[in-house]
Design a protein around this ligand. Structure first.
Ligand code: GLU
Ligand code: ZN
Length: 294
């Protein structure tokens, strides 16, 4: 089966190893693609070298391979896409759709992450400044395949947002939109921690005349205290010898009715079962699930 209408992707950030929460997101996007004969691409979101963990890139690729999650084609590295990002930033800046911001972190502290627009009309040059996109006083919404309707008023709930940091690093919010479009991604399947970034993505897509993909946000796996799993919360990295039982556990986290005994199968057999039985309607319509209950 080869379905050219579906292109999915997994887009890990190499700031740490993959953990159970990343496995749930990777598996959901893999199964959603493979169940319809679609392609599944891999993109390394290596935009922030200072926050990168040495060895994480190789470890992520190795983990995916040992779990049987084979991607199509070459890995795309965002670190090799800087020219594309810079070109779009110039274009937005020159059209007055983005502007330079020299506000310090400290200055912005009282505003709870919603930029108050201080530099909007000050006409700073683009050097030694962050670049922000001007957002309209409008709501953007989409229908998530699992979470349903999600809406955000960009002016009130987000504010003008950064697309290039003052230190010259490009922002996830811009890179993800450009790369999903460039790679022809039809279906974005990822963790629900990115639900509230999606309206920004919709706005950038509109601004740049890019096609909007479908979205499916899977519940975020959290620690008992409600925190996201990740290196800061001592979530253990995925071990190759645990592939089959952890894939089964990830299937359960995605609401799939896994038969008992499948945990004794090989990773490839677990994935074959997952592809044959994939039903995204069974995924819980909740933003997060505590790991301890799975
Ligand atoms: N790189 C992001 C992360 O690891 C995921 C981005 C996405 O799927 O859009 O959280
Ligand atoms: Zn500013």
């Amino acid at each position: 089966m080869n379905n050219p209408a579906y292109i999915g992707r997994f887009a890990p950030t190499p700031s740490g190893f993959l953990h159970f929460g990343s496995l749930v997101a990777a598996l959901a996007s893999y199964l959603d693609a493979r169940a319809v004969g679609g392609r599944w691409l891999l993109r390394m979101e290596d935009l922030d070298p200072p926050r990168e963990m040495p060895g994480a890139q190789a470890a992520i690729l190795h983990t995916l391979e040992s779990y049987g999650l084979e991607w199509d084609g070459e890995v795309v590295y965002q670190s090799l896409r800087h020219d594309a990002y810079a070109q779009v930033i110039d274009q937005l800046f020159n059209h007055g759709l983005a502007y330079a911001c020299t506000c310090s972190r400290k200055q912005l502290e009282p505003f709870n992450g919603i930029y108050p627009g201080v530099c909007r009309n000050l006409g700073h040059g683009p050097g030694d400044a962050a670049i922000r996109v001007r957002v309209p006083e409008l709501s953007y919404h989409f229908i998530d395949r699992v979470q349903g309707r999600f809406e955000q008023h960009l002016g009130r709930e987000c504010g003008d947002f950064v697309i290039r940091r003052r230190d010259g690093l490009y922002a996830y919010q811009l890179a993800v939109v450009l790369d999903d479009a460039w790679q022809g991604v039809s279906d974005v399947v990822r963790g629900a921690d990115l639900l509230d970034s999606t309206p920004r993505h919709l706005y950038l897509q509109e601004l740049l005349g890019l096609k909007q993909p479908r979205y499916l946000h899977v519940p975020l796996i959290t620690q008992p205290d409600g925190h996201k799993l990740g290196k800061s919360y001592r979530s253990p990295p995925l071990q190759p010898h645990e592939a089959a039982p952890l894939l089964v556990r990830a299937l359960r986290a995605l609401g799939q009715p896994v038969p008992t005994g499948l945990a004794q199968a090989t990773p490839a057999e677990v994935l074959r079962w997952g592809i044959a039985h994939w039903d995204s309607d069974l995924i819980a319509k909740v933003p997060s699930l505590p790991e301890a209950t799975l």
